[in-house]
Design a protein around this ligand. Sequence first.
Ligand code: URA
Length: 446
Amino acid sequence: MHDQGLPQELIRAKRDGQALDAEAIRTLVAGIEDGSLGDAQLGAFAMAVFLRGMDAAETVALTEAIRDSGEVLAWDDLDLPGPILDKHSTGGVGDLVSLVLGPWVAACGGFVPMVSGRGLGHTGGTLDKLEAIPGYDIVPSRVRFRELVRDAGVAIIGQTATLAPADRRLYGVRDVTATVESLPLIVSSILGKKLACGLDALVMDVKVGSGAFMPTPAKSRELAETIAEVASKAGTPTTALLTDMSQPLAPCAGNAVEVREAIALLTGERSDGRLLEVTRTLATELLVAGRLAASGDEARARLDATLASGAAAERFARMVSGLGGPGDLLARPEAYLPEAPVRRVVHAAQPGRVQRMDTRALGMAVVELGGGRRQPGDAIDPAVGLTQIAAIDDPVDAGHPLAVIHARNEEDAERAARRLRAAIDVGEGHAVPPTLIHDVIRREAP
Ligand code: URA
């Protein structure tokens, strides 16, 4: 038994391997939120959870307490004619799924209030990409956000101070106490924020491979299963997909270049590829979970129709102009999206086929070019990045480059070229292209 009131007694109970009940967890999270739990206590609590773990009931209670630590968005008063749906990803390189999925699901009748993040480590951030669009406001007023969700069906914005504030403080302490890599802390952190958006269903994209957040396929699977279970027990039906990140998902990585790619996919300029397939599969799960389609086949047919008709592109355009971006971005992207002054085509040292790649290193090459941050708060360069990145099993030779580098200057381009050649293994013979979608883990709310 643990004393319900005193934080040190609750921390001691967790330290000694006991399970905390929901009341105890609520007490601790209330202390995070109102500041009565000091940083030392918070660090000790995080370490106790890191070392002892949490069972499913504790993780659900922690998720719900973080979700409820601030405002929980409610949409009932808007009388929306469809479900509130969202997607979250553990992040990757060339992973611009959100930019395409949000408007696409909106065009199919869903409402997508997507609160997104910035780049973290080697992974790109949806907000950084959207900020490559001149004028796009990632922090609109609450009223504007709700209007846009109602009118465009989608609004992708930044984290607000009122959503899940306990997570902000807990995450900050975890970051400096070597307690980030804890499954219950990761799950409750991700879900606490997402479930505060008042969702009817969620789909989670958990990456596997050399560019994934989790270090091994087994850990990615454990995260996917735990997220699906905990979110569903917390009342939000959630499906988790395990998808490939052993190479960039799109043939490009950076900020403006990824927005350009999203426009190419939404307008039908490009119509195949791994990115579109993963996005279609995630969106299919959402349409079925949100009862916008009776089956996967019906969902896919609807998705294909809204892409072909231009309805998905139109939702993207409405979101961009509704948040202050140019009204004709889709018609004239080159007039608005910044371009880097130096372009360098990088070839392999010898011809062959791409055998495998260090996707994390490719992401770090983009960070080094200036497309990501070295320190929190650093300004980033929206124009730099990589395009035409070769895929696993693609031939590379004098006519087929490893990638094209977009850099601010020659020196940066040279360094990125060295990184790229080291990160992409070229050899003779065919390589087996990695499985794109490893598994789909579905959990209904109880
Ligand atoms: N992303 C989050 O939001 N929280 C974590 O703990 C890890 C990744």
